[in-house]
Structure formats: structure tokens, C-alpha cells
Design a protein around this ligand. Structure first.
Ligand code: TMP
Length: 209
């Protein structure tokens, strides 16, 4: 049996992490084997790379270094956790995956998209999510939601950076319409969760709620 690979994407403050956790709880209650993870992160090596990437105290990081570190984190994560879990038949839920690299490093940091495509294929062993939820909302709304917490290195970027991220996500969703589901992030947590659940249960061939 092969598992199902589901990713959650969106700008800062979109609520994607909350949605992933809510979905994970629902699937666990149904007795489905799941793996919850995040990028950058996952196994210890990738979590160590995450600290390097997000620490605002470490000074200026070159876009090239940033792209390679996100990809390095992803290679370890995919090889060590994601692919084995899928092979075991688990439903893998991941908070961000390679679409984030196209949006942040490709669009917002202007790194070469063709190179990112090659690097992504290498770092993921060609793994492609079965389903990607893009929780979309205006940048001003997303950023307003995260003002209360300590901002990491990328969250500290200006509004035009985040506008480019959002626009690229919407382009990706149009280009890969079979994989993406775009949801309105300004709806309530419960309303978004209901939509996420409906899509996932139908993918799994499970009865709806
Ligand atoms: P998080 O805030 O969702 O945990 O994500 C960490 C930050 O890393 C967020 O600002 C988005 C950024 N990011 C990239 O720039 N490229 C990537 O490939 C990934 C996975 C995340």
C-alpha cells in the first residue's frame, strides 16, 4: 500500500500550520496512520539547518546559501522521513514543501527557476505531493496576525517580498491545478478545516463526516 502525501502552503500568518494539525487529529481519530512534519525541519539534521536558516541574529545570508540550505534540509527530510513513511502506507502531512522554495527563493529572492527545478528534483528524489492546500489571504491580513510573536529572519522581510511570495503561490496553483486546492484563508478556522477534510477524505476514499 502506498501512502498519501499532503502539503500545506501559504504566506506567513495564513493559518496553514493550524489546519495541518486539525487535519492530523481528525485522521488519527479515524485510525489512519499519519506522519506530521514541517519544512524546513523534520529529522535532527534538518532541524539544525532550520535554526541556521531562521535565526535573525546570524547576519546577512546570501540567497544562494539560503536556497542550498532549504534544499539540503529537504533532501534529508525526504530521504529519512517522508519516503519511508509513504512506503509504509502513512498519510504524510507536511507544513511547507518545495512550493515554498519556488515562492520564496525563486520569486521573492529572484533565484533561477530552472535551477530550482533541477535542485528540487534532486533534493526530493522526485517525490511530488499528491495534494497541496494553498491557504491564500491578503499579505496585510497574514502579517497582522503574526505581529505578536518574535519574527524570524524571513518574516522580517518587507511587504513587497511577501506580495511576491503570494503571487508566485497563486501562479503555481494555476500551473498545477490537479494537485493544488486553493482555500480562502480569511474564512474561519472551522470553515477551512471542513473544506480540507472533505478533499482529503474523498482522496482517501473514506466516508465523509
Ligand atoms: P514557517 O514559518 O512556516 O515554519 O516557515 C519557515 C520560513 O521559511 C518561512 O518564512 C518560509 C521560509 N521557507 C522558505 O523560504 N523556503 C522554503 O523552501 C521553505 C520550506 C520555507
Amino acid at each position: 500500500m502506498k501512502g498519501l502525501f499532503i502539503t500545506f502552503e501559504g504566506i506567513e500568518g495564513s493559518g496553514k500550520s493550524t489546519q495541518m494539525v486539525l487535519l492530523g487529529q481528525k485522521l488519527s481519530e479515524r485510525g489512519l496512520p499519519i506522519l506530521l512534519s514541517r519544512e524546513p525541519g523534520g529529522p535532527p539534521i534538518s532541524e539544525a539547518i532550520r535554526s541556521l536558516l531562521l535565526d535573525p541574529q546570524r547576519g546577512e545570508m546570501l540567497p544562494q546559501t539560503e536556497l542550498l540550505l532549504y534544499s539540503a534540509s529537504r533532501a534529508q527530510h525526504t530521504g529519512e522521513l517522508i519516503l519511508p513513511a509513504l512506503k509504509e502506507g502513512r498519510v504524510v502531512l507536511c507544513d511547507r514543501y518545495y512550493d515554498s522554495t519556488f515562492a520564496y527563493q525563486g520569486a521573492a529572492r529572484s533565484q533561477d527557476m530552472d535551477f530550482i527545478r533541477l535542485l528540487t528534483a534532486f533534493a526530493t528524489f522526485n517525490a511530488v505531493p499528491d495534494l497541496t492546500f494553498l491557504i491564500d489571504l491578503p499579505v496585510s491580513e497574514g502579517l497582522a496576525r503574526i505581529t505578536s510573536r518574535q519574527l524570524d529572519r524571513l518574516e522580517q522581510e518587507d511587504i513587497s517580498f511577501h506580495e511576491q511570495v503570494r503571487a508566485q503561490y497563486l501562479d503555481l496553483a494555476r500551473a498545477h491545478a490537479g494537485r493544488f486546492v486553493v482555500l480562502d484563508g480569511s474564512l474561519s478556522r472551522e470553515a477551512i478545516h471542513a473544506q480540507v477534510l472533505t478533499h482529503v477524505l474523498s482522496h482517501l476514499g473514506e466516508p465523509s463526516e
